[in-house]
Design a binder for this molecule. Structure first.
Ligand code: URA
Length: 233
């Protein structure tokens, strides 16, 4: 890989800034000052910046407690995005594994590992997601059965996959779904004549939102948490 690209990724600078660091003689390769960003280096090369060793990091995996009012995209004209909450080098390289609506809160996964996020989100892997749902009207007695059988959502040509619903209170339920259609939970309740007024994701697969995370906070996933979505588990 080119040295300037290596510097962009490890220091979190632009190519122009990397060129400046090189010009200022702050970068060494194998102990010698280098000034050209064009030279090719190995990914594990001995590169130092002001005497500190630089290493390319492996893939990154985070869980966030998404707050209300933040959008799950890199750019938005009207709302802040969840990426502004990340204090990470190269945060723009991360993507979301399973987006939430702007008004939805709770467990959000971010990574730069495309294969891993595919396993989390692909309908083929049928990864369970549990949502706490607050409703406008009291829940009707037959809704759990309707969701277990599958309901037809507006604009779709097949029913939803069987979903499990537990009543917490007359206007609060827990719903586990195994697919991730656009606005799925809100549309499922619309299909049975109710309206979602609050939505919070608690789990994705075996991953549970860490109670220690306040809205807007995030942490790295542990190796075990990452491995839960790998083929061997
Ligand atoms: N279903 C929805 O309707 N919204 C979400 O944010 C997630 C699931």
């Amino acid at each position: 890989m080119r040295l300037d690209k290596f510097l962009c990724e490890t220091v979190g600078v632009t190519r122009t800034q990397a060129a400046r660091l090189l010009k200022e003689k702050r970068i060494t390769l194998d102990g010698n000052i280098v000034k050209s960003g064009a030279i090719k280096i190995a990914e594990d090369a001995d590169v130092e910046f002001d005497g500190a060793a630089l290493k390319l990091s492996g893939p990154r995996y985070f869980m966030m407690n998404k707050p209300e009012g933040y959008v799950c995209s890199h750019e938005d004209a009207s709302n802040p995005t969840v990426f502004v909450l990340l204090e990470e080098v190269n945060a723009e390289k991360l993507h979301i594994a399973g987006r939430l609506d702007c008004d939805t809160t709770g467990l959000l996964l971010l990574t730069d590992d495309g294969q891993w996020s595919h396993r989390v989100t692909s309908p083929k892997h049928k990864c369970d997601k549990t949502y706490r749902v607050w409703l406008d009207d009291p829940i009707e007695d037959d809704v759990a059965e309707q969701f277990a059988e599958g309901v037809m959502l507006r604009g779709e040509d097949a029913e939803t996959l069987p979903a499990q619903m537990t009543v917490v209170d007359e206007k609060e339920v827990l719903l586990t779904i195994h697919e991730g259609k656009y606005h799925q939970v809100k549309r499922m309740f619309a299909a049975v004549g109710n309206r979602v007024v609050g939505l919070h994701r608690e789990t994705v697969g075996a991953l549970v939102l860490d109670e220690a995370l306040e809205p807007g906070e995030y942490r790295l996933l542990t190796a075990d948490e990452v491995a839960q979505f790998m083929p061997s588990k």
